[in-house]
Every structure is written in structure tokens, then in C-alpha cells.
Design a binder for this molecule. Structure first.
Ligand SMILES: [Zn+2]
Length: 328
């Protein structure tokens, strides 16, 4: 775990959560937390092969920046995500509620700070912010690793291939997957020009990129046409393109006939893609029309009420610092 501010100092300066505790003038000194400013400093895992989706937080008081007042762990994903990855049966519940870290520094104020975190700091906008910070942190680390990757491919004489086909130049796609990426991307492009609009074609491409970026060699198995049809099917389902009232609509027959594939195979593979990439139906940033994203993304307000993002925005409930980009 390394501090978020050591990787993205400007964002950290703007966006690390601080709270101010006021003590009434003349009040007798209470046993609890003294008045002042407290910062919730974020740390994330620097292992890009480990997608643990958690934050380690240290609480520091402004008056004593050298002293850690509490160390806690928090995970923003649903409990089921952690249940699949953690052996201790109590751990998933603890991490989604936020809990004190059993190994790292604590103080006599730890319990109180944890309570404050759970009740005051941790609202939906903060949850989304942490999720975005984790993505930004990993993106930055990936970029730091890129210059050497670019050097490698130049040394191997691959620059020409990359520049003649800019799509496969995505440095996040492993080299061994790039040829396969290009084959299927060409099929998707053709289909998109005939049956989709530019935005939907972009979603289809983005999904195929995400599949090829995975380390596992899944994308190399099976026929390119089956991949193309299945990727299109996922995007169609996610954007309600099978609904005839949509301005752009499709049938599964159109997809399967175009790619000359079997419907059952394509249906099964589409479901497998959704599971492997843990796609949220109708609200997956980068793969959904914005209107669907806003309608199907539910947020929980600090008062416990659950609303769609769209409605919360219309009613003025979405906090000023919560942006739809926070979902990415
Ligand atoms: Zn990790």
C-alpha cells in the first residue's frame, strides 16, 4: 500500500477528506476527540495484478501530523465481491462497513474516529470518490510503466505495425493479444458502420479492448466472428437495442446472421463476458449511453434514501462534488 498523495499530489490536495471538529468555547475538556482538523489519508495497493478494490486510511490530526490516530480498511464494492476473495468469513462484512486495522497504528481515539468515518464521512459521494481515486491511482502507475514498454516494442521493430493500425496501439493490450484484437476490431467496425451509430460502435470497441487487455489469453481462443457477435450482443443488451422503440435497434438474428454465428453459442458467450468483466446491466460507464447510465445507477443519499442518479440530480440531491465521472 502506498499513499495516494505520493502518486497524485494535486488530486489528493483537492480531494482528500478533512473534517473539522468544533468544541464549544468554554466547554470543559471532554474525554473524546479534541476540536481541530482531521484528515483521512488514503493508501492504495500498488500491485497492478491485484485488483483488491480497497483503501487503507490513516487519520491524522492537523496539530500532530506525525501521529496516526486511527488506521482503517474500507472497500466500496458490494460484499459479494470481497466474499469471493477473502478467506476469513467475517472480513467481507467488516471491510464494506469500514473497520479498524488489526496490525497498524491506533490510538485511544480510534473507535470514535471509526464511528465518525462510518456516520459522517462515508456517504455515497465519498464512496464513489474513493473508487475513482483507486482507478486514477492504478492508471497513473500503469502510465509510469508504459515508457519502458514503448521502448521494448521499438527495439523489437514493431513501431511500424503499431502506427499503421492505431487501434491495436493501445499499450494496455498485451502484445500477444494485439493481432487478435485487430482481427475482431475490423469485424466490429464493419458491423458498426452498417447497423450502429458512432457512439454504439465506440462502446463495442471499448468492450472488446477491455477483453483483450486482460492478462488471461481468453481472447485468443475461439473464432473471431463469435467474439464479434458476442461483444455486440452484450452492448445491445446493455443499451436495450433489442427494444424496437429504440432509435437504433437490433435483433439477435441480425447479429448472428451478419457474423454467421450460432445464437446459442453467442448468447452463452455474451453472458460469460458479462460475468468475467463483472459488468453492471445498463449502468456500466464507457459501455452505456449516458441517459441509461444516469437512470440505472442508483445512489444512496446520506439520509439512507436510494434514488437513481438522474432523479437525484433533478431533485438537487447529488452533492456538488459528485460527478458522473466518479462512476468511472
Ligand atoms: Zn491489492
Amino acid at each position: 500500500m502506498i499513499p495516494f498523495h505520493s502518486v497524485l499530489p494535486e488530486i489528493a490536495q483537492r480531494e482528500v477528506r478533512c473534517i473539522h471538529i468544533e468544541t464549544a468555547p468554554g466547554a470543559p475538556p471532554a474525554a473524546g476527540l479534541p476540536g481541530g482538523e482531521y484528515a483521512f489519508v488514503e493508501f492504495y495497493c500498488e500491485d497492478l495484478n491485484c485488483d483488491c478494490r480497497r483503501v487503507f486510511i490513516q487519520v491524522i490530526g492537523r496539530s500532530r501530523p506525525d501521529q496516526v490516530l486511527a488506521s482503517m480498511n474500507y472497500g466500496w464494492e458490494p460484499e459479494s465481491f470481497y466474499r469471493e476473495r477473502m478467506h476469513d468469513p467475517d472480513a467481507p462484512g467488516e471491510i464494506v462497513r469500514a473497520s479498524l486495522d488489526p496490525i497498524n497504528s491506533q490510538s485511544k481515539h480510534s473507535e470514535e474516529l471509526l464511528e465518525l468515518f462510518q456516520q459522517t464521512v462515508l456517504d455515497e459521494s465519498y464512496r464513489l470518490r474513493l473508487r475513482r481515486h483507486y482507478e486514477q491511482f492504478r492508471e497513473k502507475l500503469r502510465h509510469r510503466q508504459n515508457p519502458s514498454a514503448a521502448k521494448d516494442s521499438r527495439a523489437a521493430g514493431e513501431t511500424r505495425t503499431a502506427s499503421s493500425d492505431p487501434e491495436s496501439g493501445d499499450p494496455r493490450i498485451p502484445k500477444a493479444h494485439r493481432q487478435r484484437f485487430g482481427e475482431v476490431a475490423a469485424l466490429l467496425q464493419q458491423f458498426g458502420e452498417k447497423h450502429l451509430d458512432a457512439e454504439l460502435t465506440g462502446f463495442v470497441m471499448e468492450l472488446w479492448k477491455r477483453i483483450c487487455r486482460r492478462k488471461a489469453p481468453d481472447c485468443l481462443r475461439g473464432k473471431p466472428t463469435v467474439w464479434a457477435a458476442s461483444v455486440t450482443h452484450v452492448i445491445a443488451r446493455m443499451n436495450f437495442l433489442f427494444d424496437r422503440s429504440q432509435p437504433v435497434h437490433l435483433t439477435l438474428d441480425t447479429i448472428c446472421d451478419s457474423f454467421q454465428t450460432n445464437k446459442t453459442t453467442v448468447g452463452g458467450k455474451a453472458t460469460q463476458i458479462e460475468r468475467t468483466l463483472r459488468l453492471r446491466q445498463h449502468c456500466e460507464p464507457g459501455l452505456c449511453r449516458l441517459d441509461l447510465l444516469e437512470t440505472f445507477t442508483n445512489i444512496r443519499l446520506s439520509n439512507g434514501m436510494v434514488l437513481s442518479w438522474k432523479m437525484a440530480k433533478q431533485m438537487g440531491y447529488v452533492p456538488a462534488d459528485a460527478k458522473i465521472e466518479d462512476l468511472e
